[in-house]
Design a protein around this ligand. Structure first.
Ligand SMILES: Cc1cc2nc3c(=O)[nH]c(=O)nc-3n(C[C@H](O)[C@H](O)[C@H](O)COP(=O)(O)OP(=O)(O)OC[C@H]3O[C@@H](n4cnc5c(N)ncnc54)[C@H](O)[C@@H]3O)c2cc1C
Length: 460
């Protein structure tokens, strides 16, 4: 048991997994163009973190035991690839769930802790498979035309369970080792078969992953962001998959079905807020750079928009810091971020993100979507004209400004930009889920007491 190198990680994916993309089964993940960037990123992460020796363990398996360690973890997370992030978040979510379930089931809590140690000791990468197909959203799992619309237990055996269903939008599933499966929502009495949480290796018989990835595979100079940062999204089919007892963390106890989703939501939204804080600052940087390149940085309405973007970025960061400053300790001594501040900050950051993008588009101008390609900038005949006419204020020839527009388009207005707008709203369970949790943890009695005091009345 030791940490893996990048090469060992790539070799570990050749494990009989069933991966599909572009209408075909992918026989060799390592050479398929859809996965090239993802594999580079993940293998690069393995290589950077690798330390020799049987005792070496990755920093992404850190369990924060103080607010300072929680902050350290978040700072580290911003430098990790998506699979390493989901590994840390998913396993911390499982440990959070273990702490909450322990009073009712010592056995499930022990299995989760053993599983955490197994992933850490073998340097595995995990993804969280929670979102079900869901069929008719207004009907419960048992009321669907197809009972498999929510992942369920179809057979209970002495040595384990058999699960059937599908988990949708699972980021990076094809390039990870383990699927951490959890119920997508609270199940009620009578819905025991759908109250299932477990861990499934990606290469288990019955697992099939259909992938999408809309990142460009050509003209990468015109896509400076998405060509370097993209991961496949997996449509994960669980076609009667056997899970041994040791990997089963919930099998019918409906009262704990929401514990997993809530625990995951907390860690996923904290990570999401950390990224939003960085994106907020990045949007400010892009807006200021393009305003300077256009010569408009002193125009009053542009200054106001950039000031609004600065306030947005700062408030998202403030929410993130408040989530850490108000972190709470579990009985085991692990630190969890504040539910209230995490959910409120994530909601604010996600809901207002598109407005900040609108400001950037307003400030930048039409060249965001019409700037000639870098290949044309380099063309012998038209290149000099493009450089001449794309020049702005103090930008030298126009190539700098052209590249700036490509970065803005790719980050906010193109395939990746569109992906990002939807992802901001839907990731972490969607805005509605964040409102629900924020409301649940808000000190409403304190607020009512303040209101009563203001009104000079008492309810007694
Ligand atoms: C890029 C990306 C990556 C993702 N990665 C992961 C991942 O790694 N793992 C994972 O498990 N999930 C992942 N998700 C899934 C994400 O959590 C879901 O998209 C989100 O929870 C919404 O679910 P849905 O897409 O099925 O939409 P829906 O549930 O259909 O929601 C659409 C809208 O309908 C509303 N709605 C739905 N049902 C009801 C109802 N009964 N009553 C009232 N309103 C309702 C919702 O609030 C929302 O406004 C990812 C999503 C994206 C976009």
């Amino acid at each position: 048991m030791a940490m893996m190198t990048g090469g060992e990680y790539l070799a570990s994916l050749n494990d009989g997994r069933r991966i599909f993309a572009d209408g075909e089964e992918v026989k060799d993940l390592a050479t398929h163009p859809q996965f090239a960037t993802a594999l580079d990123l993940v293998a690069g992460g393995y290589e950077r973190h690798h330390r020799p020796g049987d005792d070496a363990r990755g920093p992404y398996f850190m369990i924060p035991r103080s607010r300072e360690e929680l902050k350290d973890l978040l700072d580290l997370l911003l430098g990790w690839d998506m699979v390493t992030v989901t590994t840390s978040q998913g396993l911390l979510a499982l440990l959070t769930a273990a702490a909450r379930i322990r009073p009712k089931s010592e056995e499930y809590a022990r299995r989760i802790e053993d599983y955490f140690a197994y992933c850490r000791d073998n340097d595995l990468r995990c993804v969280q498979a929670i979102t079900d197909a869901k069929g008719d959203r207004m009907r419960p799992p048992g009321g669907q035309d197809d009972p498999d619309s929510y992942t369920r237990i179809v057979e209970r055996r002495p040595d384990g369970i058999v699960v059937r269903g599908a988990k949708l939008h699972i980021s990076s599933a094809a390039v990870s080792h383990e699927l951490v499966v959890m119920p997508t929502k609270k199940m009620k009495p009578g819905e025991e078969d759908w109250a299932v949480a477990c861990a499934i290796p990606v290469n288990t018989p019955g697992v099939k992953i259909v992938n999408t990835n809309y990142a460009p595979r050509e003209r990468v100079a015109d896509f400076p962001v998405s060509s370097r940062h993209n991961m496949p999204e997996g449509f994960v089919i669980l076609d009667d998959v056997f899970v041994p007892n040791e990997r089963v963390f919930l099998a019918g106890e409906t009262e704990h079905s929401a514990t997993f989703a809530h625990s995951l939501g907390l860690w996923e939204r904290l990570g999401g807020t950390a990224h939003l804080a960085e994106y907020g600052d990045t949007l400010v940087g892009l807006a200021q750079l393009v305003a300077e390149a256009n010569g408009t940085e002193r125009v009053p309405h542009i200054r106001e928009k950039i000031a609004e973007m600065i306030i947005y970025a700062t408030l998202v960061r403030a929410g993130l810091e408040a989530a850490i400053a108000n972190a709470e300790a579990s009985p085991e001594g692990w630190y969890f971020p504040s539910e209230l501040f995490t959910n409120a900050a994530k909601h604010y950051g996600a809901a207002e993100f598109s407005l900040m993008v609108r400001h950037l588009h307003d400030i930048g101008g039409g060249s965001i979507v019409t700037a000639p390609s870098i290949a044309d900038v380099e063309h012998d005949e038209v290149g000099p004209f493009i450089k001449k006419y794309m020049a702005g204020k103090d930008t030298g020839d126009g190539e700098y400004r052209t590249r700036l527009f490509h970065a803005i388009r790719d980050f906010t207005a193109d395939a990746y930009g569109g992906w990002q707008l939807v992802t901001m709203i839907q990731s972490g369970g969607g805005l509605f889920a964040q409102r629900l949790v924020a409301r649940k943890h808000y000190p409403m009695d304190d607020a009512k007491a303040l209101a009563l005091k203001l009104a000079g009345i008492s309810k007694d």
